[in-house]
Design a protein around this ligand. Structure first.
Ligand code: MOS
Length: 741
């Protein structure tokens, strides 16, 4: 029997290490003499530092140095042309670069001391005098001063409008227009951002960094500090949640590296929970939707317009309005996207950036249209289902959304829904049922992998990718084991080390399709070599055999048609006096083939809520999410990915809201007691199903990448359910009880 691991619900190979504490995270690495750095955060949103007084802090016994813009060396920054792998257009933030303040909580000093406690105390003694300038932080007040988002950043631009929206909308028999908004959200992974920089005797650096891409951090250090990459090794074996927050090098990496190089000592800098609110957020957007249809529910016109915020130093762009042409068969679509430059840090990618927010507005508007048409919202979506992207006419590489709708609706019991708002009551609660669609990109990017097969039958595979909790270690192991016919225990996957072969930052749901395929291909190269060596053995049945003629399973090469003709890997290695077989592979996406298709994942989300009639409290009681994610590599980790996305969606719909006091231009609920995230008690029954269809355009392993799709559509489905429950249309997230009452 062929060994088969792909698709099975396998436990994480690193699961035991994670739950027993054996897995070490960035801030847990230690060496004798390690210094601790604490960042002093600024308190104004815009202006200049007139004076910064560090004398009192430096007076403390055990404080080694206080770094400010006054005493840092002039750095390379490669003539300011440096950009990280996830940088939007503009100039990346340069910590301690000058006296200029560009956003509130900007780091203004780093206190370095023998112990964390000393550094924390000394940091309170640093006194800063500011020259305050007037700041602009409120999106809604500054819409007139926006810049066009189109064309600012490749890959993040709305497609050209199609048809004639204005005319079609004017002629439409049924129309709706509505404005939607949502709060800013901040990343709150369990592990806070940290960098531990070990200064080696030869002056090189060994850096543990919380990152979604060790090579991105290595590049940053090398470019900013003008160091050869050979002198910088970055490691990130485990990441305690990131989901966008660690795509870009954050300022603690700069701080720890600066101090280590200047002091020629090892230094660790870990941000505090409030400081997690100082380096980027999911940007607030204000969106306007116009939909026009015939009385029979055929959509004739769509306009999706969004205003979003960015910083004064970078133009952050995301795909907010890009989705309608991929979802609805409509010939007249207008997509407008504008950004407003405010005195805030540059917004930051957060799980399904743009999709989570843009699809909230589009899918809430679809619900409004369905009500106006007196049509079932699912039927409206089916009636306008498209097999091609309306903006370019290209088909989808695979699309099982229709089946997702069908199976999701069945699981949920959608047909029993009484469409009338406030019609379903459960004691003191109104029950609401709502649904929405999700869509996200299925990308493949270049990736390298290496493999080493040893005479003892073990295999080590490696790629400089990351496992941000998504299960990368596990799927790499599964793919390698299956490709070579090895038991999982004999395969070791290595990642999160800049010495490993190239991989991009782990983001955009691209890793399974990219690194996964590279691992598969490099293992095929090992298989080919094993077969070739087997053929050289005297009297070998595999002389001149091709990979197609044989099967690799149970640590043997077997004839495809006659399994009794076989040779174990150890026989081959022994007979051929081989200690190791080493191979490398570079995966380059097949652009010629991929360009012919639109490559997307989809979801159909069904939600049930119960709204307390007297108190206005909203509880999500049931979610069914049906996912079009290509071939599922591991049912268990895939399920967990979608589960996490649904939890995030519930959190987005009901809880998360970074509240800014615009008097100060400062997020004020910057800790977990005031910034609410969904917790266990908020969790409903979450039912996840996959409608699988291997997608061999996206990747040779058939996977489409399911990191982010689990979140898209969830907030809209909940919002639509709340309308069904209460008859009240709330057009801003989160749906707090003051809005529901
Ligand atoms: Mo992706 S924004 O790194 O979850």
């Amino acid at each position: 029997m062929a060994t088969s691991f792909i698709g099975k619900p396998k436990n994480r190979v690193d699961g035991r290490d994670k739950v027993t504490g054996a897995a070490k995270y960035t801030a847990e690495f230690h060496r004798p003499g390690l210094l601790h750095g604490v960042v002093v955060s600024g308190t104004i949103a815009k202006g200049r530092i007139k004076n910064i007084d560090t004398a009192e802090a430096l007076d403390i016994n055990g404080v080694v140095e206080v770094f400010t813009h006054n005493n840092i060396p002039s750095l390379a920054w490669l003539d300011l042309s440096y950009k990280d792998m996830d940088a939007p257009p503009g100039d990346p933030f340069r910590p301690l670069h000058s006296d200029e303040i560009q956003f509130n909580m900007q780091p203004v000093a780093l206190v370095v001391a023998d112990s964390l406690e000393l550094a924390q105390y000394a940091a309170t003694l640093v006194k800063v005098d500011y020259e305050v300038e007037e700041h602009r932080t409120k999106l809604a007040d500054n819409l007139a001063d926006s810049i066009e988002g189109k064309g600012l950043r490749a890959g993040f631009t709305p497609p050209e409008s199609i048809g004639n929206f204005k005319e079609a909308y004017a002629d439409a028999e049924v129309k709706i227009e509505a404005e939607y908004s949502h709060g800013a959200e901040h990343h709150n992974p369990m592990e806070m951002h940290a960098s531990t920089v070990f200064y080696e005797e030869d002056g090189s650096l060994t850096v543990y960094d919380k990152t979604q891409g060790v090579l991105n951090s290595q590049h940053y250090i090398s470019m900013v500090f003008g160091l050869s990459k050979k002198k910088v090794r970055v490691l990130s074996p485990f990441v305690g949640g990131a989901f966008g927050s660690a795509l870009r090098p954050q300022y603690q990496l700069f701080m720890a590296t600066l101090a280590a190089l200047q002091l020629k000592r090892s230094v660790k800098v870990e941000l505090t929970r409030p400081q997690m609110f100082s380096f980027g957020h999911r940007p607030i957007t204000i969106q306007n939707l116009k939909l026009g249809a015939t009385t029979k529910g055929k959509i004739e016109a769509i306009s999706h317009q969004a205003y979003s915020e960015t910083s004064t130093f970078e133009k952050y762009i995301e795909n907010i309005v890009n989705w309608s042409a991929k979802l609805y068969d409509c010939g007249n679509i207008e997509q407008i996207y504008k950004v407003v430059r405010l005195d805030v840090y540059t917004p930051l990618d957060m799980r399904a950036p743009g999709g989570a927010t843009g699809m909230y507005a589009l899918e809430a508007a679809m619900d409004e249209l369905a009500y106006k048409l007196k049509m079932d919202p699912l039927e409206l979506r089916l009636k306008n289902y498209t097999e091609e992207d309306m903006s370019d006419g290209k088909p989808f590489s695979t699309k099982t959304l229709r089946e997702c709708f069908k199976q999701g609706a069945e699981r949920f019991g959608w047909e029993k829904r009484n469409p009338e708002p406030r019609s379903m009551k459960d004691g003191n609660h109104f029950t609401g049922w709502g649904m929405a669609t999700g869509v996200w990109d299925a990308m493949q990017v270049p990736a390298r992998a290496k493999a080493e097969f040893s005479a003892d039958g073990t295999l080590t595979i490696g790629s400089a990718t990351a496992d941000i909790g998504t299960g990368t270690y596990t799927i790499m192991t599964q793919i390698a084991a299956e490709t070579l016919g090895l038991p999982l225990e004999k395969v070791t996957a290595e990642l999160g080390d800049s010495d490993l072969p190239f991989a991009f930052i782990e983001g955009g749901s691209s890793t399974a399709a990219s690194v996964g395929s590279a691992v598969q291909k490099v293992c095929r190269k090992i298989a080919k070599k094993l077969l070739k060596e087997a053929g050289k053995i005297k009297g070998s049945p595999f002389k001149g055999a091709d990979l197609e003629d044989v099967v690799f399973s149970d640590e043997k090469i077997s004839d495809k048609n006659d399994p009794s003709v076989n040779m174990t890997f150890s026989e081959v290695m022994k007979s051929r006096h081989l200690e190791k077989i080493r191979k490398k592979y570079m995966l380059l996406p097949n652009m010629l083939k991929q360009r012919k298709y639109n490559r997307n994942t989809h979801s159909a989300v069904f939600a049930e809520v119960k709204v307390d009639e007297d108190l206005g409290t909203i509880k999500v009681t049931r979610i069914v999410s049906a996912i079009d994610g290509g071939r599922i590599l591991n049912l268990k980790t895939a399920h967990s990915q979608i589960l996490g996305g649904v939890v995030w969606g519930i959190s987005m719909a009901l809880h998360e809201d970074s509240f800014m006091d615009h008097n100060f231009g400062r997020f004020i609920n910057h800790d977990l007691s005031k910034y609410h995230v969904a917790v266990n008690a908020d969790m409903p029954d979450i039912d996840i199903l996959f409608v699988e269809e291997p997608d061999n355009v996206v990747s040779s392993v058939g996977a489409k990448g399911i990191g982010e799709i689990g979140l898209v559509g969830v907030a809209a489905a909940i919002s639509n359910a709340v309308y069904h429950a209460t008859g009240k249309r709330i057009r801003s997230l989160p749906l707090t009880l003051d809005k529901a009452m």
